[in-house]
Write a protein that binds this ligand. Sequence first.
Ligand code: BDR
Ligand code: CA
Length: 325
Amino acid sequence: MRKKVIIDCDPGIDDSLALILALKSPELEILGITTVSGNVPALQGAKNALKVLKLLNRLDVPVYAGEEVPLVRELVTAEDTHGDDGLGATFMSEVSEAIIKNGAVDFILSTIEKEESISIIALGPLTNIARAMEKDLQTFSKAQEIVSMGGTFKSHGNCSPVAEFNYWVDPHAVKYVFDHLTIPMAMVGLDVTREIVLTPNYIELLRQMNTELSRFIVDIIRFYVDFHWKQERTLGCVINDPLAVAYFMDRTLCSGFDSYVDVVTEGIAIGQTVVDCGNFYKHKSNCFVLDKVQSHKFMEIFLTRLFPEFTEDIALVLKDNKYSY
Ligand code: BDR
Ligand code: CA
């Protein structure tokens, strides 16, 4: 049976890769894509989601624009990382064949109410999720689980020394979710996503494939690769969000532990996740924190799902580990 999901995201370059992975995975039934302000404002993210859907001929999947601003903080977006359009400054033409609907929060709640066993894969700030819980916790609690890309355990931050971007943009939403959650949540944080790197040799493989999809990916990641070089002198780019989708489908990809997790909502460490792995606070666990990943296995799944027609070439490049981080 296919697993029913809502993908809540802020596309975003790596969100788009995550959407492509999900759409190329037959075990998922994507009931809708909801967007939230993060990398770019929610409406721009919704426009980008439509571009991905059109590319894959899946404009049947509804797209809902969601919360425009975080619960308390002023919105800070990340066009420096994802480009002014959120898709690596490619400025692809907008999709006119489908409309963007409003009301992501209501869509999330009504879908959970209507359908059995809905899971949420959250790839952006948790604003939509917190607002949905705030509006109707009883209904929200009928969902099966949340897999959230965000936070960090031992790894350093990516937008402050200690904070991961999604949780830093809206720490109050994270706090609300952690404090009220009654369903399982997995935190797919930087400890594991940092290991997921599209290295120059994978990018070259995509270039050699030269299909419509591989050209789309090569085009949108160019800006992101430049950002990684300028920012941290690494070649290639870290693609965080697809790991959350892959982990949702295959639990053997990552391991972790149950823990109580809190988040800092003000001051110098704003957005930092505090993972009580030693149970100092004696609180009940509210999260499953991932801390190990089989990155090679992820890459195999990711590339072969997207490009099954190149399985042999992919195996060849995967075997040659010397270019991988
Ligand atoms: C997260 O922040 C965003 O820039 C990415 O899309 C990802 O969801 C990584 O910290
Ligand atoms: Ca994202």
